[in-house]
Design a protein around this ligand. Structure first.
Ligand code: AVJ
Ligand code: FE
Length: 433
């Protein structure tokens, strides 16, 4: 009955709200007050901004809009509006201090639990209100991943700890053939899907090959040692300009000594692990590597077909492995580990075509600009996706070790500037058949 569905849904939402808050709390309690208000990089906000912004979005959408309640604080909205002030100027704003920010997000959350108990979850209200809660859960988790990237940029003693990921297995590290033809891309019935994942539509792709795993550190090191960063022919004009101005010589956080490489992650420096997917490379670096390897990046549609299409039924799956929610054996998600897992670590997570580690580990650059699908409709506001459509942003797919399972599925689309590499991004290669 709808009564029952409402009850189950309320419980699920409450659990997800608690889970995301536990993560935000852990990320912000891990450092002292000085570290919370500092800007660790011009590319990022102070951690205390992310925390209060999480609370402010929750207040706008769930307390005021869904709940129709009085504002908790109406005087601070503008300082937490991501469009009003960019990341680089946020430290100069009159922000809530850490004590006030924690108090604020707690006050908001208290009201949200009250709203969750009383709000109608039937008929059209079910769809609208359930989506609003789902969007806020995903928003908090997205900012948690952003805060994790800020942690990666901070210097000093390690403050985050996690067990190592599972070992790799001896899967075929090769490429698989994906036949051409139509498949269903995007979704119209995934309840928590954001506007840019909608609607489901048929897309035709030509036959192609795609790598079974993301490009690893060992493979990428070969490219660096072969002089890939000095070979103009491997880079596009824009890529070469960026590689020159940015003085790029290897992935962000790598250090080279002779012919060996180490890297620093969350305060720990160690030799690169050969079989782990390379991470912290920008789109241009990914593209240059692919050219060097005699391949190219997959288009967004190719990535999604390799991840979702089930040739036996002709339908598209929610996840590469099927319909079930991600479990530990499927994918490296949710900051359970502080690094990508070696190639072949998740055989249970492979897609119907035998492509591994599409979900989790590292975000994967595609060659596609971020645009709305045919029939795209803004929901619930243009600032979520629409204002980013155009040639400036490239689509990334699949999520990273820092992405929560509530904020990823095979239809999920992320985007960023092609020069960005503080995000947990790697890539895999494809080629025409
Ligand atoms: C989808 C990761 C690009 O962090 O800019 C957070 C998500 N939108 N708050 C971002 C988002 C509004 C967004 N990305
Ligand atoms: Fe946000």
């Amino acid at each position: 009955t709808s009564q029952n569905n409402g009850g189950d849904l309320r419980e699920r939402v409450a659990e997800e709200l608690l889970r995301s808050r536990a993560r935000s709390t852990a990320l912000t309690d891990a450092v002292d007050e000085h570290d919370l208000v500092r800007q660790h990089s011009k590319l990022m906000s102070p951690l205390v901004w992310d925390l209060a912004h999480i609370g402010n979005q929750e207040e706008l959408w769930l307390v005021r809009d869904v709940g129709g309640r009085e504002p908790v604080r109406s005087d601070i909205d503008e300082f937490y509006d991501a469009f009003k002030y960019g990341r680089s100027v946020r430290p100069e704003l009159p922000l809530l201090n850490p004590v006030e920010a924690r108090q604020y997000v707690g006050d908001v959350r208290g009201k949200v639990f009250d709203v969750l108990e009383k709000v109608p979850l039937e008929g059209r209200r079910l769809v609208e209100n359930a989506f609003a809660f789902g969007m806020i859960v995903q928003h908090e988790q997205q900012h948690d991943e952003t805060m994790l990237a800020t942690h990666q940029l901070r210097t000093g003693e390690p403050v985050l700890h996690a067990p190592p990921p599972p070992a790799g297995t001896l899967i075929a590290r090769t490429e698989v053939f994906v036949p051409g033809g139509p498949f269903e891309m995007g979704t119209s019935d995934e309840p928590w899907a954001l506007d840019n994942e909608r609607p489901a539509h048929t897309v035709h792709v030509d036959p192609f090959f795609i790598d079974t795993t993301p490009v690893t550190n060992a493979e990428y090191a070969e490219f660096v040692l072969a002089g890939g960063y000095r070979d103009r022919r491997l880079w596009t004009d824009e890529g070469w300009m960026h590689r020159t101005h940015g003085k790029l010589t290897g992935p962000r956080f790598w250090h080279r000594e002779g012919t060996s490489f180490s890297r620093t992650a969350f305060g720990v420096t160690e030799p690169i692990v050969p079989d782990e997917p390379v991470v912290h490379v920008c789109f241009h670096e990914a593209q240059a590597y692919a050219t060097w390897a005699g391949k190219r990046l997959p288009t967004e549609a190719e990535w999604e077909k390799a991840a979702r299409h089930d040739p036996a039924t002709g339908t598209s799956r929610r996840y590469p492995w099927g319909e079930e929610e991600p479990r530990e054996e499927h994918a490296n998600l949710g900051q359970r580990h502080l690094r990508p897992a070696p190639a072949g670590a998740y055989p249970a997570g492979a897609s119907a075509y035998g492509v591994h580690q599409l979900i989790g580990d590292v975000w994967e650059w595609t060659s596609t600009d971020f645009h709305g699908y045919p029939g795209f409709e803004v929901f619930p506001y243009p600032e979520y996706s629409k204002v980013f459509f155009g040639p400036d942003y490239k689509v990334l797919r699949g999520g990273s070790f820092g992405t929560d399972s509530s904020a990823i599925r095979s239809t999920f689309r992320n985007w960023d500037y092609p020069i960005r590499r503080q995000i947990f991004a790697g890539f895999r290669c494809a080629r025409d058949a």
